[in-house]
Design a binder for this molecule. Structure first.
Ligand SMILES: [Zn+2]
Length: 104
């Protein structure tokens, strides 16, 4: 089970968007080198070439994935950025907030 899931609200801990919050739109890979894409954050400008004749090339902004260690989950319960803990309940594994112990 991953610490960060799609739809989570996270805080950026590094890069030019450090300190900003955003929603995870995509999770790439799992485990220690998992990377996430956050809506509207860590954007880079990319030159897009014309694909067809007569079409103009353009500059577009794309969100670059960031390493999971560069973000911290914001707890829905206490609203604070927190480390994620796990709680095993029978055969279910749940994520918990390390600050307020709520299930996230
Ligand atoms: Zn909490």
């Amino acid at each position: 089970m991953s610490k960060i899931k799609k739809g989570d609200n996270v805080k950026m801990l590094s890069g030019k968007d450090r300190g900003k919050n955003g929603t995870v739109s995509l999770v790439l890979a799992q485990g220690a080198d998992a990377r996430v894409v956050i809506e509207g954050l860590n954007k880079v400008k990319k030159h897009q070439r014309a694909r067809k004749q007569g079409q103009k090339g353009q500059i577009i902004s794309v969100e670059r994935p960031v390493n999971i260690s560069s973000v911290q989950l914001i707890c829905k319960s206490c609203g604070k950025p927190t480390r994620v803990g796990f709680k095993v309940d029978g055969d279910k594994k749940e994520r918990i907030c390390r600050k307020c112990s709520a299930t996230i």
